[in-house]
Design a protein around this ligand. Structure first.
Ligand code: NAD
Ligand code: AKB
Length: 338
């Protein structure tokens, strides 16, 4: 559990929760995923839990708020849920990620785009107050600057996932400009967290490695030792999302998707950070098809627009994240790490 009630500056939490009425409801699509599971809990800390509806393709089991089974490709079913719950905000997290997407590119395109169109259309037709749609560093390709990649940069992604995110960002911007729909978006880097497992991305190693380390197992990394990628610790990712969604609309100058950064590291860096706590931890390297995807992505991101528009500031660096990850996973696996 995180102290998400404290996310907002003085007075802002009151404003955010006051503006959220008894009849308002938030729908999270993809609530069973790596980010969705944690975001759902966080939203239920900030807003009344019975007004936060967690939906996913799969049954989410009992929770401290309502759950629904939803295939976001079914527009009529989505509209049915929006009507049933009188939904006023949607967080649309369902997607096929970079590595899984490359195994069946047309299916990935179909899922990522059709689900987004269904969300945008129902939100426009029923005049929802706000929509959240995450983008990714996967929008960038080799032609983009590799370091401190700027907000406005050439976007030639090399994965179908990245292409769907570039298209999605532009559709978000289109619905904002053409229909006034308040769609907001962040380009997440790789997200690392202990609460949930990642779902088929290129940055997944940065979660897996901690699970192996804490169980005192050797880890075989699917990226090379020196592959530097932008990453963000889950509590920072959740804080950024809540902060963006509560920011006054007039502060937001970017309506495609904001660059967002926390830290950048290589597999070798994270191994060294883990070894400060578990000195015997060993890693071998066997790059696979995900190496080419990682090589096409930036090593670091310039998120100055997010910082200046709505006050984004990450709290975790690599060592702070490692300490927190290992502490939580040690409890989960019931092992000692020091
Ligand atoms: P994930 O793969 O862990 O979870 C996605 C969830 O969506 C799953 O629970 C899945 O069952 C559900 N889903 C898939 N198809 C669905 C459908 N048709 N209808 C309803 N639900 C469906 O993904 P995640 O890592 O939690 O990512 C969430 C979002 O954040 C995605 O849009 C992703 O592109 C974006 N993102 C994630 C990362 C990251 O590192 N995790 C980084 C950048 C962007
Ligand atoms: C992936 O690796 O596909 C995701 C992402 C950075 O979008 N984690």
């Amino acid at each position: 559990m995180f102290p998400f009630r404290g996310v907002f500056e003085t007075g802002r939490a009151n404003r955010a929760t006051k503006l959220f009425m008894k009849q308002d409801h938030i729908l999270i699509i993809g609530a069973g995923g790596q980010i969705g599971a944690v975001l759902t809990e966080a939203l239920r800390e900030v807003y009344p839990p019975d007004q936060v509806i967690a939906a996913d393709l799969r049954d989410l089991g009992p929770q401290n708020g309502p759950t629904e089974i939803l295939d976001a490709l079914d527009g009529a079913a989505l509209e049915g849920l929006v009507k049933k719950w009188r939904v006023t905000q949607i967080y649309h997290l369902a997607a096929i990620l970079s590595a899984t997407g490359e195994k069946d590119p047309l299916r990935a395109w179909e899922i990522n785009m059709r689900s987004l169109f269904n969300v945008l259309e129902v939100s426009r037709q029923r005049q929802l107050a706000k929509v959240y749609f995450p983008s990714s560093i996967a929008v960038f390709g080799r032609e983009a600057s590799h370091n401190s990649t700027p907000q406005y940069e050439v976007l030639i992604p090399e994965t179908v996932y990245g292409i769907s995110k570039v298209a999605g960002e532009n559709w978000a911007n289109y619905y904002y400009r053409r229909y006034g729909l308040d769609v907001r978006s962040l380009r997440y880097p790789g997200i690392v967290g202990h609460q949930s497992m990642p779902g088929g991305g290129t940055t997944d190693y940065a979660v897996d490695i901690y699970h192996y380390a804490v169980q005192h197992k050797m880890y075989e990394c699917f990226l090379s030792a020196h592959t530097r990628l932008p990453m963000l610790y889950m509590p920072d990712a959740i804080r950024a999302t809540l902060k963006l969604m509560e920011a006054p609309a007039n502060l937001l100058s970017v309506r495609t998707s904001y660059n967002l950064a926390g830290m950048s590291f290589t597999p070798e860096d994270v191994t060294a950070s883990i070894r400060k706590i578990i000195p015997s931890f060993k890693v071998t390297y066997k790059p696979d098809f995900r190496q080419a995807i990682a090589d096409s992505w930036p090593a670091s991101i310039d998120d100055s627009a997010a910082r200046s528009d709505w006050g984004w500031q990450p709290q975790y660096d690599l060592d702070a994240m490692t300490k927190d990850m290992l502490q939580h996973l040690a409890v989960q696996y019931q092992v000692k790490v020091e």
